[in-house]
Design a protein around this ligand. Structure first.
Ligand code: 5AD
Ligand code: SF4
Length: 468
């Protein structure tokens, strides 16, 4: 048995993280083992993202660095997967001739065969073809790149919405949903391997199963919630136009469903929403927020916003600021618009100058950070339930309020990151990843909370509680 190594560098969304674990599991079944350092890899894979120009630029700069390794170790094989691979195909090898394999988003199931051909000395290779229907990859689901306690499960692939700015329908193809029985079986396998939380993934989970006549997304959630040993369920992403009354009702019915929904609004201006082909207006969005809060008052709502979409005026942008103020988002991913080749918006005019996009992005982030900080400060002094993920990375040790005691990290049901320390008593507990425990919040920041492990009142441990 040979001993070969692989390294995967993933750029982009959670779906890419899930795909990277599929690739890793397939390679491990072939006798490969993962290494953290590409210098030590026999096979290096770059798992790419095409959503914005910046992500695509990152791919080529990373490939340049990997080319340096390959010059020193010509036997290393270099592969490019993901959305840029799907869209650019062999053009990648024309620009970066040292790339041995390009494989698209629907070619992951064929990766073992492609790697065997590389091993046999073939190449350069390219596979950006479709599969037969929805991609199903059987076999183990070791957590190679994700934390064991919190796992992603892709429930559908592709997107049929064609928002005018978005490259996803071209990079990931038509929408296809996986069979609910296979999804539940996968969740059971993950829970048996130590998962306590799953996040169900799709470009638009609210339309799950519609096309194929499978069960509805709300029914799927009910089936996943019945998996014993699973404590928490999350999902992403929801398109507002498809958020059904049944899904809102699921927040009332299902305790395991976390206090969080990611509901991208993209703009607060009806005129821009129409130009984006979003098929809802600002009032519809505000009504959805009110209905969600009516059934789950503590629900955290996060969103995506694009500023500087072609034709966006100062008045349109003010409508966005106004909506952000009105909703009170718990978190916001704000981007300046970038043209993606082949999308309808790339042909729309007038373009908004970069300096204006930057100014609008700064104004939006400033408003949001102040609002998020205020929402988080309201939690100081309260006790929240946290799913312990592991030791804290302490990426920013100089941060005010942070101190040497910070040792652990986890998330609330509302998806807020909580870094916490243990009490300084002699009989301090020893947290374990996967534990649900109470943490008293001592300080708040725009993107995280800081706390201390609180005593565990009898009977509360392990139960879902909606404290945040
Ligand atoms: N430019 C800027 N942001 C974009 N997004 C998608 N396409 C573009 C683009 N061309 C953002 C949207 C989406 C998120 C994942 O990325 O806000 O919800
Ligand atoms: Fe892109 Fe719109 Fe589909 Fe989301 S719903 S992936 S923004 S086309």
């Amino acid at each position: 048995m040979f001993d070969r190594t692989f390294h995967i560098h993933t750029i982009g969304c959670q779906m890419n993280v899930y795909d990277a674990d599929l690739m890793a599991n397939a390679l491990m079944a072939m006798g490969y083992r993962p290494v953290a350092d590409p210098e030590a890899a026999d096979l290096a894979i770059v798992n790419t993202c095409a959503i914005r120009e910046k992500a695509e630029q990152k791919v080529y700069s990373l490939l340049g660095r990997l080319a340096g390794i390959k010059r020193r170790r010509p036997e290393m094989r270099l592969a490019v997967g993901g959305c840029v691979a799907q869209l650019a195909g062999r053009r990648i090898q024309r620009r970066a001739p040292y790339v041995d394999l390009v494989f698209g988003t629907r070619a992951i199931e064929r990766l073992p065969g492609l790697v065997r051909r590389l091993e046999a000395g073939e190449g350069p290779l390219s596979d950006v073809g479709d599969g037969d229907g929805v991609m199903e990859i059987d076999g183990p689901r070791h957590a190679v790149l994700q934390p064991t306690v919190s796992r992603f499960v892709t429930i559908m692939q592709g997107c049929d919405n064609f928002c005018t700015y978005c490259v996803v329908p071209y990079a990931r193809g038509r929408e296809m949903s996986r069979d609910p029985g296979r999804i539940v079986a996968e969740v059971e396998v993950l829970v048996a391997a130590g998962a306590r939380e799953v996040t169900l993934l799709g470009q638009n989970v609210n339309s799950y199963g519609n096309k194929e006549g499978l069960c509805s997304f709300a029914e799927l959630l009910t089936r996943v919630a019945a998996v014993e040993g699973l404590a928490r369920i999350r999902f992403t992403t929801s398109h507002p136009k498809d958020l059904s009354p049944a899904l809102i009702d699921a927040f009332a019915r299902l305790d395991k469903l976390c206090d969080h929904i990611h509901l991208p609004v993209q703009s607060g201006s009806d005129r821009i929403l129409a130009r984006m082909n979003r098929r809802y207006g600002r009032q519809t969005y505000l009504d959805l927020v009110a209905r969600l809060r009516a059934v789950r008052p503590q629900i955290a709502i996060t969103s995506d916003i694009i500023v500087g979409f072609p034709g966006e005026t100062e008045e349109d942008f003010n409508q966005t600021l106004d909506l952000v103020q009105a909703v009170g988002f718990d978190g916001l991913f704000a981007f300046h618009y970038s043209d993606r080749p082949g999308t309808p918006a790339s042909r729309l005019t007038p373009k908004v100058p970069m300096a204006v996009k930057r100014r609008r992005l700064d104004a939006l982030n400033e408003l949001q950070n102040a609002a998020a900080l205020a929402r988080h400060q309201a939690l100081v002094g309260r006790t929240v339930e946290v799913l312990v993920e592991g030791a804290s990375k302490r990426s920013d040790p100089g941060r005010p309020g942070d101190d040497d005691r910070v040792q652990w990290t986890g998330r609330t049901s509302s998806n807020k990151v909580v870094n916490f320390s243990l009490p300084s008593s002699a009989d301090a507990p020893s947290p374990e990843a996967g534990q649900l425990h109470r943490v008293r919040i001592e300080a708040a920041f725009a993107h995280s909370l800081l706390g201390v492990w609180a005593p565990d009142p009898a009977g509360l441990k392990g139960e879902a509680c909606h404290a945040a």
